[in-house]
Design a protein around this ligand. Structure first.
Ligand code: FAD
Length: 472
């Protein structure tokens, strides 16, 4: 008997570990509930709920394939080797198949599970699935991991043009193996169930994910480059939770894009090529996680930036978290995050830069708050995005570049439509007043005054970075 141990790969189509396990013999499936570990990782309730909802759909899909899904608990991953070993003994499992995961804790977990299984003569088989390229297979001429995205991207495109990875077929159903599936819990203690509006925005299941991908590819992909920075428009795919949880694979996304662009990776429609770039940013940050594991350990990629004199400013942090900084675009973005578990990419950059530069609050505080609320929370992308915005990371924005939240607002939400949606109290303001309301308008609307002076805070941030010791 073979075991497929599902983690962030909750789908039956194009799933390397599942297909391989089923080709090798009768297969049983497992999912581990690890609430203690999820808490340590600051996983959001919305993300855990999304996983459970997808797990339920997955169980139905697996039933069509006659693959029973067992659910076990290992509160933290320290308990995973014992749970796996017992299960393998109980069901006479000969081989365990997993799709690789790349964080330091995930890697350590898999290593100790593999070691303990080996003692029982059970094989542990990791497969490349979450990424297009296995970390370590794309390196610079000097043999190190890339630190610059444009060079990494070039290497990816070269490889993809030679041999784009194929999507795998749905496995054939196996003969019933006479084992019952476990019920999937409706919730897990310590993780609140989000409201129905949030849930409805993120329907579970592969079919919903593939439909979203197809609609995006048909209706929006060709103008992605023009629309992707406008938060009031449906210009981006909103597929990130599905990619994070593995309800959709990067190969499926790549193929949908190539279909629209007559197979062209780097020429043809610029909407498509820009979107493929974003898939490669996802890839890049996961490679960074493996190549430079200190970023998983709360360290800055650029070590000299550890000396930035971050401010302890709990009230300003709270105002940022709750969306009441007095800067409408920042507040609207934070309210979008709190209500939907998701934030538009342009706004993630704007609010991250505001926290780490204008407020000069440690980027790690923002990274943590994002993880605690994002339905698509992903260590690599979140850490990469935060370190990019705070100029502490690889290929990060230069330290002297700060987004001005008012001009960003005028540029990317010119009519104030996004702001009005999330800050209905500003609904009556015209397009001149909405981005930075006058004191009178603020008083009438009951909207707070700005918590900081932009020019002063900019000067403070520049001084803090200018006075850093030189990079080692
Ligand atoms: P699209 O624009 O449609 O892009 C398609 C896919 O490409 C995304 O679903 C995502 O998987 C990937 N992608 C796009 N941009 C990036 C990027 N800059 N880095 C890595 N992958 C990317 N993304 C996450 O998936 N999880 C996170 O926790 C996360 N945290 C972030 C924190 C900050 C401060 C910043 C600046 C960015 C963060 N991102 C994160 C990246 C990006 O904002 C989201 O992936 C994107 O907004 C998701 O929306 P979408 O699916 O509509 O993206």
């Amino acid at each position: 008997m073979q075991l497929i141990w599902f983690r962030n790969d909750l789908r039956v189509h194009d799933n390397t570990a599942l297909l391989t396990a089923m080709q090798e013999g009768p297969t049983l499936a497992l999912f581990l509930l690890s609430p203690g570990q999820w808490r340590t990782h600051d996983d959001a309730s919305a993300k855990v709920d999304f996983q459970l909802r997808n797990l339920r759909v997955l169980a139905d899909e697996l039933e069509q394939l006659n693959v029973p899904l067992l659910v076990r608990t290992a509160d933290t991953w320290d308990g995973a080797p014992t749970v796996l070993t017992e299960l393998c003994r109980e069901h006479r499992i000969r081989g365990v198949h997993v799709n690789e995961e790349y964080g330091v804790n995930e890697t350590a977990r898999d290593r100790s599970v593999a070691r303990q299984l080996a003692e029982q003569k059970v094989g542990f088989n990791p497969h490349l699935d979450q990424l297009l390229f296995r970390p370590g297979t794309l390196l610079t001429r000097a043999g190190s991991y890339f630190k610059v995205f444009s060079q990494f991207r070039k290497a990816c495109l070269q490889q993809l043009s030679l041999a784009p990875p194929r999507c795998l077929p749905l496995p054939q159903p196996q003969k019933p193996i006479g084992i019952h599936s476990d019920p999937i819990p409706a919730s897990v203690t310590g993780f609140a169930t989000p409201d129905e509006t949030l849930r409805a925005h993120w329907p579970a299941g592969e079919q919903a994910a593939r439909q979203r991908l197809q609609l995006f590819a048909d209706d929006h992909l060709h103008e992605y480059d023009e629309q992707r920075d406008l938060p009031a428009e449906p210009g981006t795919s909103q597929l990130s939770p599905y990619l994070t949880t593995g309800v959709l694979s990067p190969r499926q996304c790549l193929h949908a894009a190539l279909m629209i662009n007559q197979g062209e990776l780097d020429s043809g429609n610029t909407g498509v090529t820009t979107w493929i770039n974003e898939l490669l940013w996802r890839e890049f940050y996961k490679h960074i996680l493996v190549g430079y594991p200190r970023v998983s350990r709360h360290r800055a990629f650029r070590s000299h930036t550890e000396a930035v004199p971050w401010r302890d400013a709990p009230e300003e942090l709270l105002a940022w978290q709750q969306g009441r900084t007095g800067f409408p675009l920042i507040d609207a973005a934070m309210r979008q995050l709190l209500a939907t578990g998701w934030m538009h990419n342009r706004l993630r950059m704007v609010v991250a830069m505001f926290l780490s530069k204008n407020l000069l609050i440690d980027w790690r505080q923002g990274e943590r708050f994002f993880m605690q609320h994002l339905i698509d929370g992903d260590l690599a992308a979140n850490n990469g995005g935060w370190q990019w915005s705070s100029s502490t990371g690889t290929d990060a924005v230069p330290w002297f570049r700060l987004f001005n939240p008012i001009t960003q607002s005028q540029r990317f939400d010119p009519q104030g439509r996004f702001i009005k949606h999330w800050l209905p109290e500003l609904g009556e303001l015209d397009r001149r007043d909405i981005h930075d309301p006058s004191p009178i308008s603020r008083a009438i609307c009951g909207y707070p005054a700005p918590i900081i002076d932009l020019a002063d805070s900019r000067a403070r941030a520049l001084a803090a970075f200018r006075n850093l010791p030189p990079p080692g």
